[in-house]
Design a protein around this ligand. Sequence first.
Ligand code: HQG
Length: 178
Amino acid sequence: MNYDKLSKEVAYALRHYPREYELELDAQGWVSVDKLLESLRRSDKWSPFEIDDLKEMIETSEKKRYEIVDDKIRALYGHSIPMKIQKKEMKPPSTLYHGTSRRFLESIAKNGLVPKTRQYVHLSEDIHTAILVGKRRDADPIVLKINSEDAYKNGVKFYFAHEMIWLADAIPYDFISH
Ligand code: HQG
């Protein structure tokens, strides 16, 4: 099974278009694994398809995008659906990073970092991840350094996605350098 393709399809279902998959996410983004399996199996592409395929997809992925707990699964970040997924608000590490395209810099300097089509701004604990994120859009991306300690002290809210990825509401440019 092609786990990259499966992961993209699961992202559609759990981050962007749950209704197209006849799924309803709860407030933290969880759905029943059985319902997701049932929904994906409706497409010829993904049948036969078992929970072990989902587990294997999660375990072999370079990125920690999903988690399964008991009989439920959720995406840990990346949502774009209108209903805002509730994330755990937490004090962030003192510095975080955001990799992006150089062509966005002017607008970011003017407007700060904003979530765009997603629900939150995405940040990473390490520069390496930020470079990989930025490379999706620019061969020579720029890495912004976020003074999350000061931002947090000044009321910007941060949320935990997993050990390496943090989420935030909009971040004013005052707390950003590069
Ligand atoms: C930019 C993927 C102009 C922002 C990744 C980014 C990540 C602005 C783009 C995760 C701006 C939004 C999220 C402003 C922000 N003016 N541009 N004021 N503020 N931007 O994809 O952070 O593989 O929604 O810099 O690896 O790139 O799918 O966010 O370039 O972890 O699991 O607007 O998604 O993970 O782009 O990526 P995105 P992102 P997966």
